[in-house]
Design a protein around this ligand. Sequence first.
Ligand SMILES: Nc1ncnc2c1ncn2[C@@H]1O[C@H](COP(=O)(O)OP(=O)(O)OP(=O)(O)O)[C@@H](O)[C@H]1O
Ligand SMILES: [Mg+2]
Length: 240
Amino acid sequence: MIKVKNLSVSFEEKEVLHNINLELPEGESTVIVGKSGCGKTVLIKSILGLIPFEKGEIEVEGMTHSVTNSANLNLIRKKISMVFQNSALFDSMNVYQNVAFPLVEHTKLSFKEISRIVKEKLKMVGLHDIEDVMPSELSGGMKKRVGLARAIVLEPDYVFYDEPTTGLDPVTADEIITLISKLSQTNRWASVIITHDKKLMKAFPNNIIMLNEGKTLFHGDLDQFNSSDDGIVKSFSYSY
Ligand SMILES: Nc1ncnc2c1ncn2[C@@H]1O[C@H](COP(=O)(O)OP(=O)(O)OP(=O)(O)O)[C@@H](O)[C@H]1O
Ligand SMILES: [Mg+2]
């Protein structure tokens, strides 16, 4: 379980998140939606301790971090992987080196064992025989798959996806949604997906959170979301 408690984040004078409280259950998927600029990326970066926040506490599997307590951050980061919107692959490394990177950095596994895991994870995301290819030669969809393979090599408890379908053509976007669904069903990790894409909400309908003006405006399932009386939820729901 990830618990976000009384989280407030400001940049200079501007408060982006105001006293956010929410829980991301273990082994279950959550979709986080909201207008551009409402603080979705700031929220997940705060959970990972990538952004300093002035107030509140984050708890991940019983370990906490806050402005005055960063002792657990390395352990917390091992439990959560992030798939960035632009995939954030290392341009100078080939696919194998990109996917192997967390294993080389954080484990003492042998070359042979690392090679086995890299192949296994690439297969899980539907890629074969591309270990030697450089990121510049990959399509957008393939980059996403490699970024996803890299995110799961350390067997995380949570995988955070920041806008996994943005910038992809509709066919490739559907393929990525199918892949994320399949992996979520067949593995124990919890997927936490930030998106504007209604199709992702449909693929993960059980646990939807909407942020608005720095606060949690909605938390429920897709049926409740679609039948909400709130004007802002309605305008989001009908805008697709
Ligand atoms: N490092 C930073 N310095 C200053 N302001 C920032 C920083 N990061 C984010 N912000 C501001 O915080 C607000 C929320 O940004 P955030 O990136 O979380 O939005 P978002 O909901 O992810 O939007 P989008 O859907 O467009 O990705 C924005 O107004 C942004 O300008
Ligand atoms: Mg964002």
